[in-house]
Design a binder for this molecule. Structure first.
Ligand SMILES: *Cc1c(COP(=O)(O)O)cnc(C)c1O
Length: 362
């Protein structure tokens, strides 16, 4: 079986974890600080704050922007459920925007007409590892004086316009879940250049604590969203390997680009450097493809079978035309593209995709 995703854990991660266990400092400590410093350096921001997950990173990011009860946040209808749930955590209102059928990302041309007096932020998702088209998005946000928070949970190592993802908007958020481009087991990161957002995030992550002499002053409602040094130690090693692993993902994707036929291969916008968290193709006859992948024991993913506004707890939020998000759910298939694939496995994936359409309906 070729898995759709596979965390790559080596001796370096194992040694680093053992060191933390031996040190007795298991919670957030020196490894976390180092991980944050290195991550900020990697994405090119002044600040990076580690958290327990991508979801909690997004929650903190929204809170640090002041998103609160009744505020509206514009987000793509085609994403992972967490993108919408974090808006609800803030008692705010998700406003679903349709996506571009080629890039799968929020369509900048459809954002402006969703803006109201209550709009507090736009939350583009860099889906599958390709940056959303941040230039027009930032221009719209600036002209309406609203915030931008990037859901970068799938886009470690991606770039846009010569800048790393993580450095766009007011704040961006990453996930280190085991299937992502790098992992800490569970974990996340908030990145920003804004000192106030950084300070608020640090406080909210730790029960609203404020810097005081005794360290136990709680100036606001906060949470426990602190990562462990065990996770951070894994993250430090994973971060070192990230650039190489992204290169392998890109090489694998290039191989698919030149060898796959009968499916629509991923489109990359000229400004973007795709990190290929997922290699997602489109097919009008998806069943033929998925059947042949199953037959050949090749893992695949349908991300995402239904748009966010169709979920039971999200149905009640008003929305306009979201036809593209609805249609994509019936067409997309993500193929294994992770750096653990052998050349033999790449060939096998290509053959299984191409053969699926050579003898359809068999
Ligand atoms: C994975 C993911 C999240 C949530 O990250 P967790 O670490 O699983 O909480 C949020 N948004 C997107 C787009 C994701 O892919």
């Amino acid at each position: 079986m070729i898995p759709i995703a596979k965390p790559l854990i080596g001796e370096e991660e194992k040694t680093a974890v053992m060191r933390v266990l031996d040190s007795g400092m298991l919670a957030s400590g020196p490894r976390t600080e180092e991980f944050e410093k290195n991550f900020a350096e990697y994405v090119g921001t002044k600040y990076a704050m580690a958290t327990t997950s991508g979801t909690t990173a997004l929650h903190l990011g929204l809170l640090a922007l002041g998103v609160a009860r009744g505020d509206e946040v514009i987000l793509p209808a085609f994403s992972f459920i967490a993108t919408a749930n974090v808006v609800l955590f803030c008692d705010a209102v998700p406003v679903f925007c349709d996506v571009d059928p080629k890039t799968f990302n929020i369509d900048p041309e459809k954002i402006e007409k969703l803006i109201t007096k209550k709009t507090k932020a736009i939350m583009p998702v860099h889906l599958y590892g390709q940056a959303a088209d941040m230039k027009p998005i930032q221009e719209i946000a600036d002209s309406h004086d609203i915030h931008v928070i990037g859901d970068a949970c799938q886009a470690h190592g991606a770039a846009y316009d010569g800048k790393m993802v993580g450095s766009f908007g007011d704040v961006e958020c990453f996930s280190f879940y085991p299937t992502k481009n790098m992992t800490t087991g569970e974990g996340g990161m908030v990145t920003t250049d804004n000192e106030q957002i950084a300070e608020l995030t640090i406080s909210l992550r730790n029960h609203g604590r404020e810097k005081t002499k005794w360290g136990y002053e709680h100036g606001r409602l906060g949470y426990n969203y602190r990562i462990t040094d065990i996770g951070a130690a894994i993250g430090l090693e994973q971060l070192k390997k990230l650039p190489k692993n992204i290169e392998i993902r890109q090489k694998n994707a290039q191989y698919f680009n030149t060898h796959l036929n009968s499916v629509e291969i991923p489109y990359v916008i000229p400004k973007a450097k795709h990190a290929y968290h997922q290699y997602t193709v489109k097919s009008k006859n998806r069943d033929a493809l998925t059947q042949n992948l199953k037959k050949n024991e090749i893992g695949f993913g349908i991300y995402y079978p239904q748009p966010l506004h169709s979920y039971k707890h999200l149905k009640k939020y008003e929305h306009k035309d979201l036809k593209i998000s609805e249609k994509l759910g019936t067409e997309v298939v993500s193929l294994p593209v992770h750096p653990g694939l052998t050349n033999e496995e790449l060939v096998k994936v290509v053959e299984a995709v191409n053969m699926a359409y050579q003898y359809p309906d068999k």
